[in-house]
Design a protein around this ligand. Structure first.
Ligand code: PMP
Length: 427
């Protein structure tokens, strides 16, 4: 169970303001939302204060809670090997590499991590960036530009959309997982563009579903396009040894031009990577602004990711346990009649409630019962699709999962009743 460390309360003083940002229109909107939540006596579900972490548990306001809001999919975040690697890294190399790698030089831990990531995919090379979000922004905007076309899935992550915006390339959003739509579109207009890039995710973290990778490879090959797969949520999760969607769907990884992943999820660090051919990596090493004008990944984060990667490959039982837990959650939720949308029961399953207010209320009540699960509400999803999102990890116990499903079912049923607010308040 999680126990809080010694508390050091920061002393905050009201300071003078050079400009009152509270006068901005967007701020007014936030204020109104807060006032509405206060009126309804809802505790804000975001930025919850986490006082301690232990495997699948967190302490929130002194209460031990089962955590379903963590990407520590393989339960490696506090493994002794990872902690040891981080400590050694800091002792030997300090807290920072203190410059961009281009000018400040290479340290062995960068190359080692990149080599291991490339080997894990069976591709020629890899490059690591200081943030997963920045990896997509800088990677996509470096590889495409005006005159090119980027096709993105309707559920694609914000970082991809930001990269496309920055690139100046034309872009089209295709219906979720619809490779046939791309095929039709490119049959009509492929010649209007220079390079065409298709971006998909290995596992979609809103719905918990996956693309048919073979079909995407087929379509991109037919139209001479590049395929980029963001494996933020599928790396460490899908495939027998956690190597991601290509392993799970038995696709040769070298048939995809650009593999992207984060170091922040299954690998318990911070940063992102792109893996692929020697030339792709070389190009990014010299051209990607988010790489050449940004500090290199610190030793602690490089070594943490490397240690987690080694553990992932050496202990495939962790991936098995994660798979069992994901499947158990989905099965139990379905059996109890909860709406799990299109989830396939990998590491993420939504429980669709369908109303933002009810969803926030349920999340609040779940917390009172010792369950930390995030509400995803309008405008992040359409109003009728508001949901609670459960991330499963290898460190959840079967009892954790059983209890979470039963409690969620009870609260969803209450919320579905006509006297929603009263029913939930008296619970
Ligand atoms: N891609 C996807 C699909 C993501 O879900 C995320 C973050 N959740 C990112 C990229 C960005 O990764 P990071 O949080 O490591 O910056």
């Amino acid at each position: 169970k999680a126990s809080a460390p010694e508390n050091e309360t920061p002393v905050t003083k009201a300071a003078a303001k050079a400009f009152d940002f509270g006068t901005l229109p967007a701020f007014e909107h936030m204020r109104l939302q807060r006032a509405a939540a206060d009126m309804l006596k809802i505790n804000p579900p975001f930025f919850r204060s986490i006082e301690a972490v232990s495997e699948s548990h967190v302490m929130i306001e002194g209460k031990d809670c089962i955590n379903f809001a963590s990407y520590d999919y393989l339960g490696l975040n506090k493994s002794p090997e990872l902690i040891e690697a981080v400590c050694e890294g800091v002792k030997t190399w300090g807290g920072s590499v203190s410059a961009s790698r281009l000018v400040g030089g290479e340290r062995p831990f960068h190359g080692a991590l990149e080599r291991n990531l490339a080997d894990c995919y069976g591709v020629e090379d890899a490059i690591v960036f200081v943030s997963g979000h920045a990896t997509n922004v800088t990677g996509i905007s470096t590889l495409t530009g005006p005159g090119d076309l980027v096709l993105i899935d309707s559920l694609i992550h914000n970082s991809v959309a930001e990269g496309v915006r920055l690139s100046g390339a034309s872009h089209l959003t295709f219906p979720h997982n619809d490779y046939a739509w791309i095929d039709r579109k490119l049959s009509q207009s492929r010649d209007d563009y220079g390079q065409v890039l298709i971006v998909i995710e290995g596992l979609y973290s809103m719905d918990g579903d996956v693309p048919d990778l073979a079909k995407f490879v087929e379509v991109k090959t037919r139209h001479n396009a590049w395929l980029m797969v963001d494996e933020a949520h599928s790396f460490g999760v899908m495939g027998k040894t956690g190597r991601g969607i290509s392993e799970a769907q038995n696709i040769d990884p070298t048939s995809v031009e650009i593999w992207m992943g984060t170091l922040s999820k299954a690998l318990c660090s911070c940063g992102g990577f792109i893996a692929g051919s020697t030339e792709l990596v070389e190009y990014l090493r010299y051209k990607a602004a988010g790489f050449i004008y940004s500090v290199g990944l610190p030793a602690s984060q490089s070594l943490a990711a490397n240690a987690a990667l080694k553990l992932m490959l050496a202990e495939p039982d962790r991936v098995d346990t994660l798979r069992e837990n994901g499947a158990l959650f989905l099965e139990q939720a379905k059996l109890s009649g909860l709406d799990t949308g299109p989830s396939l029961g990998f590491a993420v399953t939504p429980i669709i409630v369908g109303d933002s207010l009810k969803t926030v209320f349920i999340a609040d009540k779940l917390l009172e019962r010792g369950i930390n699960a995030m509400p995803i509400i309008f405008p992040a999803v359409p109003e009728k699709m508001a949901r609670l999102r459960f991330f499963l990890t290898a460190s959840h116990s079967k009892q954790d999962i059983q209890y979470a499903v039963e409690t969620t079912k009870e609260l969803v049923d209450i919320a579905a009743g006509t006297n929603l607010l009263e029913g939930l308040r008296s619970k």
